[in-house]
Design a protein around this ligand. Structure first.
Ligand code: GAP
Length: 514
């Protein structure tokens, strides 16, 4: 646990030191769970957004993208169920006066059990070597089976109690599991209470006539209320999808873990409209498709898993999370939800407007069903950033810090470095930049010895360093150094564009999904 915490602290400080993420309003001591993206962070975020948008909108003939407003008519949130049901169960510790999400306390307890299972697996894998069969071990090892049963029983009970709004039982569960306040160790708990997560605001200058609004807690509703407009103007035939990216706001109680759980964050969501009855098939298809998107980034199959929901949200008939192995363990990265016709039917009811589709093949009108994919852009950022940050032992007994971002997403694709600040080398370096900048984000760096500059770019995640030296003046060649292998090759300046494009081209990365 201490190592996990230590690794995570390194992620946070690296994100600051290398211009990725800053605490919001830091000069005023910051605003809790609100963050700003700095020069490199903004680029990485933009690249992730583009990687998602291309995979969803550009590569699917039947998906189109929109950009709906953050502020919506307040009845939207009544219809969607958020006013009544978008709550977190809270519990206070009477001694420490700290407030927690009751379900998170229980889930953290279960995560510890899962940690024990992982330890047993690692031990056995070491013992049995190549002949180790993880699946069989998980199914037959007595201790592991018991751990798993315990974890499953706890999560089932938690899911049932939350679904039935049985908050007294959630408290009993916390007491039975002997869960203590992580701050004080005290087990002196209050009752569990519900707390609505939406941020309120007002429209209009006049106090009497001002309208109470909410900052949207999800982007999805902007798609539902536009369903018919988009379907008609785009002449879309079911099945089809509407995608969008944008800010969402939640007054999270347990705001922690850096950009994992924020109060202002960005979602990338896609609502796929289908015939009633076909939801199982599409749910499975989107599960598969979205996992392929993640795997295309090459961050290791073992770092992802599905977690099917026991407790379904008020709108879903099936739901799963794609979980990622964050520095603090496996946690939700993306949700895939079969939302039935809940949202459109509710908006029909509350608006009095028909939100139906005439199916020319079936020759009938119906309210479409929806399968949604919903991923947090900031959470994806954290997954990529934390996975990429590595301390590497080198042959000469030194270490280097390297940020092995997938090259396609790296904020800067190449740094151009004159070996010395004289003899006309800076001028040549700037000329190379002027040529490459039309295709890639490239930067110039002349400060410090060349070795230090390489290390700086490794830590910033730049896939290539291009060094201009005296030989360049004679034969128009440079050395190009690869971040991951540290290999250096002498190449013609005229070949640079093609060499870089080969590694960063979004098309070839996305084609890995096929
Ligand atoms: N429209 C469905 C929906 O909003 P959700 O599971 O509440 O579903 C979807 O959120 C995704 O949004 C999550 O998987 C997560 O990646 C991201 N997300 C949710 N709350 C977040 C928060 N407070 N901070 C950062 N990302 C968050």
């Amino acid at each position: 646990m201490a190592k996990q915490e230590d690794d995570f602290k390194k992620v946070i400080s690296h994100a600051k030191e290398y211009g990725y993420v800053f605490q919001s309003s830091e000069i005023y001591d910051g605003l809790s769970a609100v963050y700003d993206y700095a020069q490199n962070g903004a680029e990485l975020k933009k690249n992730i957004r583009e990687y998602w948008w291309k995979a969803m909108v550009q590569l699917n003939e039947n998906i189109i993208g929109i950009d709906a407003a953050i502020l919506m008519h307040p009845t939207t949130w009544k219809a969607s169920g958020h006013v009544d049901a978008f709550n977190d169960p809270l519990i206070d510790n009477k001694d420490s006066k700290k407030r927690y999400r009751a379900d998170v306390l229980v889930e953290d307890y279960v995560a510890k059990i899962e940690g024990k299972i992982e330890k047993e697996v690692a031990k056995a894998a070491k013992r049995f070597g190549d002949s180790f069969d993880k699946k069989q071990f998980l199914a037959t090892n007595q201790r592991v089976v018991e751990y798993q049963e315990k974890a499953d029983t706890i999560l089932k009970r938690l899911g049932r109690s939350l679904e039935n709004e049985d908050l007294a039982d959630v408290k009993s569960l916390i007491e039975e599991l002997d869960i203590a306040c992580p701050m004080s160790g005290s087990k002196n708990w209050t009752d569990v209470k519900q707390f609505n997560l939406m941020f309120g605001t007002k429209l209009g200058a006049n106090a009497e006539s001002a309208m109470d609004l909410y900052l949207r807690p999800e982007t999805a509703q902007g798609i539902f209320v536009n369903f018919l407009n988009v379907q008609k103007t785009g002449r879309m035939k079911i099945p089809f999808g509407i995608a969008q990216t944008g800010k969402a706001f939640r007054n999270e109680i347990v705001a922690r873990q850096f950009i994992f759980r924020m109060r202002e964050f960005e979602q990338m969501e896609m609502q796929f409209f289908i015939r009633p009855g076909s939801q199982k098939e599409w749910y499975e298809k989107w599960k598969e498709n979205r996992l392929k998107w993640h795997l295309s980034l090459g961050m290791g199959e073992d770092n992802y898993r599905f977690h099917d929901h026991e407790k379904l949200a008020h709108y879903a008939d099936a739901a799963t999370d794609i979980e990622f192995r964050f520095p603090f363990g496996f946690k939700e990265l993306e949700g895939i939800h079969s939302r039935t016709d809940f949202d459109l039917s509710q908006h029909e009811k509350y608006s009095g407007k028909k939100l139906q589709y005439f199916d020319p093949e079936l020759k009938e009108n119906y309210v479409p069903y929806v399968v949604e994919t919903s991923i947090g852009l900031d959470r994806m950022f954290l997954a990529i950033f934390s996975h990429s940050l590595q301390e590497e032992e080198l042959e000469n007994n030194t270490t280097r810090t390297v940020l092995r971002l997938p090259a396609v997403l790296a904020p800067t694709k190449a740094a151009v470095l004159p070996l010395v600040k004289k003899d006309g080398l800076p001028e040549v370096a700037h000329k190379i930049i002027d040529d490459l900048k039309w295709d890639f984000n490239v930067i110039y760096d002349e400060k410090d010895a060349i070795g230090r500059r390489y290390r700086r770019q490794d830590a910033a995640g730049t896939p290539f360093c291009i060094t201009v030296d005296h030989q360049t003046l004679e034969d128009e060649t440079v050395t190009i150094r690869h971040r991951d292998t540290m290999e250096q090759n002498r190449v013609a300046i005229t070949d640079l564009r093609a060499i870089i494009a080969k590694e960063v081209d979004m098309k070839s990365w996305l084609q890995r999904m096929a």
